[in-house]
Ligand binder design. Structure first.
Ligand code: LLP
Length: 428
């Protein structure tokens, strides 16, 4: 069985999440239900923050809000002192609403519209431009005091081709020669303060590609410094820190990872005369993934000549990662934690597509109708990527903390399926 990590607990075969019984949450708030642990988010943040500060004095953690933009999650990270990586005006507005001041928000969008650029200038958040096009359109509107450029470090990494965001095939970032041009243009236009940024991809567990990309990023920074005379206030190395999903995945050794990375960073910034810029990271998954559990109830057990199917009430409308990326999520039977794994099941949802499975050929204890499953590591890109497909209202989210629980996003109803819709007048 998947080893449970803090704050998940096995009490006589029953799953508890920071002191709250999964069964009680399901009974009280219904399923499918996302449960988020405040403590785990804070622990993840503090572990990362310590690993960084141990190696360098000027660090910043930008939480990638796309992973989970629930207001309570944002608030928890706001109180920890995090910054925000926002990729859309919507995320900027959620961050502002939570109480993040504009100075603590960095916007890294792609294919950005002019009205969105206007919104960003009006709200005064820092913009990290993704193309010369975006830069020129931004500057023609207003010249910001501080600006960053996302460069393509030519090396990507990630758990799936969909989430590798650098290298030859990537739409993201500005290549070296264009980056030099971008800084020259911005400086000439009157921008005074600068940052530089990369993001190689999402969900890597190895340091090697990251180090190669960082070398490239710093070489570009050096050229920009020498040729354009730019001093960097911050160097942002993006997000992507992986977490273990499969039993055989190793946890990222933060001490080793940032020991290596920050050694290189300090050496090169000194060697290249880049001064002492802030070292910024942009984790999404690392902070929230293992803080989230998706509870889903079993309604159907079906045996065919080929398979044993367990039908649950969460499909890819609720958690799309297994369908979209073939991702593995640990799943436990919340009311049978002590039972041996003696069956092999496909765990399938209510969506009318064959790709709708949370797990395939998974070894599990014997499961019966009425059992409660807990899909672990569901805190990142879980609710955030959920939809109303098949006209299913989205799940609720509950925050737990040391035996306390509170609904932080209510379950949608059929009313929500009607939001903004009307039957065309001529059809009435
Ligand atoms: N910074 C930038 C510019 C990003 O594009 C991303 C993620 C992050 C930071 C945070 O990456 P993280 O630390 O969470 O890996 N839906 C996919 C992940 C897509 C990530 C997109 N960009 C998944 O479920 O695996």
């Amino acid at each position: 069985m998947h080893a449970l990590r803090e704050p998940l607990e096995n009490r006589n075969g029953e799953l508890y999440i920071d002191g709250v019984a999964a069964a009680e949450l399901a009974a009280r708030f219904d399923t499918p239900l996302y449960v988020i642990s405040e403590r785990r988010i804070r622990d993840n943040y503090n572990r990362l923050s310590k690993a960084l500060s141990r190696n360098y004095e000027k660090i910043r953690i930008y939480y990638a809000a796309k992973a989970n933009s629930n207001l309570s999650v944002l608030k928890i990270l706001e109180t920890e002192g995090a910054y925000i990586d926002a990729v859309s005006p919507g995320e900027v507005s959620l961050a502002l609403k939570t109480g993040f001041p504009a100075e603590r928000i960095l916007f890294t969008g792609t294919s950005v519209r002019n009205d969105e650029l206007k919104f960003l200038s009006d709200t005064n958040v820092t913009v990290n431009v993704d193309s010369l096009s975006q830069l020129n359109r931004l500057l023609s509107r207003a010249v910001p005091d501080l600006l960053s450029v996302r460069v393509n470090p030519e090396v990507g990494a990630g758990h799936h081709s969909h989430v590798i965001t650098a290298g030859k095939h990537s739409k993201f970032g500005v290549w070296e020669e264009n980056a030099i041009e971008a800084y020259a243009t911005a400086k000439k236009a009157g921008v005074k303060r600068f940052g530089i940024h990369m993001h190689v991809g999402s969900g890597f567990l190895d340091v090697e590609p990251f180090v190669l990309a960082l070398e490239k990023l710093l070489t570009i920074a050096k050229r920009v410094h020498e040729q354009v005379g730019v001093e960097f206030e911050f160097i942002d190395v993006g997000g992507g820190l992986g977490v273990p999903y499969k039993p055989e995945d190793k946890e990222l050794d933060l001490t080793l990872f940032f020991g290596t990375v920050l050694n290189l960073f300090k050496r090169r910034t000194a060697e290249y005369g880049l001064g002492k810029p802030f070292f910024c990271v942009e984790p999404g998954r690392y902070l929230v993934c293992d803080a989230g559990v998706l509870l889903t109830a079993v309604n159907t057990a079906k045996t065919t000549p080929f398979k044993k199917f367990i039908g649950v009430d969460a499909g890819f409308n609720t958690l799309v990662r297994p369908t979209m990326y073939g991702s593995y999520h640990p799943i436990v039977v919340a009311n049978k934690l002590n039972s041996p794994e003696e069956e092999t099941y496909d765990i399938v949802g209510p969506i009318c597509e064959s790709g709708d499975a949370l797990a395939r050929d998974r070894r599990m204890p014997k499961i019966a109708e009425g059992d409660l499953l807990a899909v672990l590591n569901a805190g990142a890109y879980g609710f955030a990527m959920s939809s109303q497909y098949n006209a299913r209202p989205r799940a609720a989210e509950v925050l737990v903390k040391n035996g306390e629980r509170m609904v932080v996003r209510k379950r949608e109803t059929f009313e929500d399926l009607l939001t903004g819709q009307q039957v065309a007048e001529w059809l009435r």
